[in-house]
Every structure is written in C-alpha cells, then in structure tokens.
Write a new protein. Structure first.
Length: 280
C-alpha cells in the first residue's frame, strides 16, 4: 500500500453480470484475465465468496487518479466485486442475516479496522446523477465507498444498494431477565416478633420485612384483612396464622400446635404457595 498511514477502506463494485450458478468462477476468471481483480468476489444468490489475494495488498479494480494509485490508498483498500447489476441493487430481497458468507466478509473488513460508515454518503442510484468524487474525502476518511465515489474513476456501480443491509450486524440475544430471588423468612425471627409485638403498643414492629411477607401471604389466603398487613406480628396476625395452622393446607394442626406462632413445617407450607423461602 502506498499510504498505509491513511485510514482503511472498502470499495463496493458490481460485476454487471448475472449471479448464481457458475458465474462466480467465470467472472472471477475474466477479472484475472483482464488484470482487474479485486481482493474479493461475492455471489448474493449462492452466498459464495472468492478471494484473489491478501486483503492488505493492492487489488487492481480501480483506475489511478493521475499519479495517485487509488488501488493502494490507505491501510487497506479492500475491493469487493458483487455479482449483479447497478440498475438492480443486489441487496433487494436479500437478507444478510441468512448469509454467513457475507457476514465473514464483514468480519474480515472490520478486523482491519474499517469503520461501519459511508464517508461519501450512500451509493447513488443508477442510472442517475453523478456523485461528486471528493479527493479529500477519499484520501482522508476510512469506511465504505462505492466505485462511484472514487476519484479518477468513471464507473457508477454498485447502484443504490442498502447501506444498512451491507453493514449488517448480528444482534446479541437479550440476556434473560434474572429471576428475582425469593425473600427469606426466618421462623425464629417470626417467633421473636410475635413475642415482642403482641404485648407492645399497636404498630410495634420486629423483623418488619419478614413479617410483612408472611402477612401478605395470609391476606392472599383470605385469613387476614389487608389493613393488618403492616409488618407488626400483632394479635390479628397471630389469629390469622393460627387459622392457617388449622387449615388443611397449613397442616391441620389442633390444640397448642395451632397457637398462631409459626413453626418451620407450617411456614414452609405457606412459603411453597407464596414464593418465599422459609428458614430456621
């Protein structure tokens, strides 16, 4: 390369030939025969890729701009001949997500530091008005160019190809939303809360967060009025928890075993129905 200190770039061409079948081989052979090889040739129909030489060495598909050798501009000047016609953009009806061959071309270009930009703007429609071929942009900017952007050249390919499709990027699958951790409720904390909160003034709380988890579960079971789910293990909560202990789901306890003070077994039964974890 003549100016390896200049930014890397890619130049997009069309071969002005059909695609599919054996055209990749036949057009590739022709380009060699007339000494106009790019580095890469691509068939959008078959997704096949051909390579003529190293990406960091000069191709031969561009005319010089006076004494300036456009094929040798920049760190790399990766030229891609795509089978197709400028008048019918090859990206029409083409899905890059289903084209691993093209994705490999993009990965190779990006590995040489070519930015995903079009410094001279998107390729122009063909036929149409000629674009200005800015020498300053061509020589100073890295990114993707159409053949119709390169100074010293008169070809207008590749036509109005989709810049979004050409620079396709795989989107990483979204990280699954983390499952919220279940709150832990200690049966010893609940017992301590009942001993402290019942004789205390209304609204006294001990281990408020854990008590409220249990009270919300009792509300959902229809055993406690919502207005009493305040984090205080008072007499209303004790009565509601005793009803839970006596219920079939709570363990069908009777007598002193249904005193409204949580035990680990009855608490685990409640936890299993209301998404919290009961611990000793």
């Amino acid at each position: 390369m003549d100016t390896p200190g200049n930014p890397p770039r890619v130049v997009h061409h069309t071969t002005e030939s059909p695609a599919g079948g054996k055209y990749l081989e036949s057009v590739g052979s022709y380009l060699i025969r007339v000494a106009s090889e790019p580095q890469l040739i691509y068939c959008p129909v078959t997704d096949r890729v051909g390579q003529f030489g190293p990406l960091n060495q000069s191709g031969r598909a561009l005319r010089n701009d006076g004494s300036r050798r456009t094929n040798r501009e920049g760190r790399v000047c990766i030229q891609i001949e795509v089978l197709g016609y400028a008048k019918s953009p090859w990206t029409n009806g083409w899905d890059p997500a289903k084209k691993p061959g093209w994705q490999k071309i993009l990965a190779a270009c990006r590995s040489w530091g070519v930015p995903d930009t079009w410094p001279a703007g998107p390729p122009a429609k063909y036929p149409g008005v000629d674009k200005a071929r800015s020498r300053s942009v061509w020589q100073s900017k890295g990114g993707h160019f159409s053949h119709g952007d390169v100074p010293g050249n008169d070809h207008k390919d590749p036509g109005a190809i989709s810049t979004v499709k050409v620079l396709y990027k795989k989107t990483a699958p979204a990280d699954p939303k983390p499952t919220p951790a279940k709150p832990k409720v200690s049966v010893s904390h609940l017992a301590a809360a009942a001993r402290a909160d019942v004789p205390a003034a209304d609204g006294h709380t001990t281990y408020k967060t854990e008590v409220k988890v249990v009270e919300n579960a009792l509300v959902a079971e229809g055993l406690l009025a919502a207005k009493y789910a305040d984090g205080s293990f008072g007499s209303k909560t004790v009565t509601a928890y005793a009803a839970w202990q006596r219920s079939k789901a709570g363990g069908s306890y009777t007598g002193k075993d249904a005193d409204g003070i949580p035990g680990l077994t009855s608490l685990k039964r409640l936890a299993a129905r209301h998404s919290f974890t009961a611990v000793a």
